[in-house]
Ligand binder design. Structure first.
Ligand code: 5GP
Ligand code: ZN
Length: 112
């Protein structure tokens, strides 16, 4: 998608602060972190959000990668939150599917 910022990152045209990359997914630090650790994991292929996620293997790979990145960043044992915002009421602002990985402080529940 030509105007999609996360597609540009996946293509290497924009270089985020990458923490993990393979042929299918990219993980990088959020530009506006909401916790001491705030990483976004995206499929390199453009998928708008969970409504359009049609690839179970990719879905599993994204989640397993989130766990691997949590371990890599040293927060697997202290704990972390993974979430996906979908569409308006979910609070989605970038319309390329991404998993948020948040950690490094006690996260409140329920969310606002
Ligand atoms: P959403 O609100 O769609 O669930 O999350 C989008 C996330 O993308 C936000 O946390 C926002 O800070 C992050 N973001 C938006 N633009 C950029 C960018 O150019 N670089 C990085 N690293 N993160 C971005
Ligand atoms: Zn995209």
């Amino acid at each position: 998608m030509p105007d999609c910022i996360f597609c540009k990152m996946a293509a290497g045209d924009i270089k985020p602060d990458i923490v993990y990359e393979d042929e299918k997914v990219l993980a990088f630090h959020d530009i506006e972190p909401q916790a001491p650790v705030h990483v976004l994991l995206i499929p390199k292929r453009h998928i708008v959000n969970l409504n359009d996620l049609d690839d179970a293997e990719l879905a599993g790979h994204l989640l397993q990668t989130a766990a691997r990145v949590a371990a890599q960043l040293g927060v697997a044992e202290s704990g972390y939150r993974t979430l996906m915002n979908s569409n308006r009421d979910g609070g989605q602002s970038v319309y390329h599917l991404h998993v948020h990985l948040l950690a490094g402080r006690r996260l409140a529940w329920p969310p606002g």
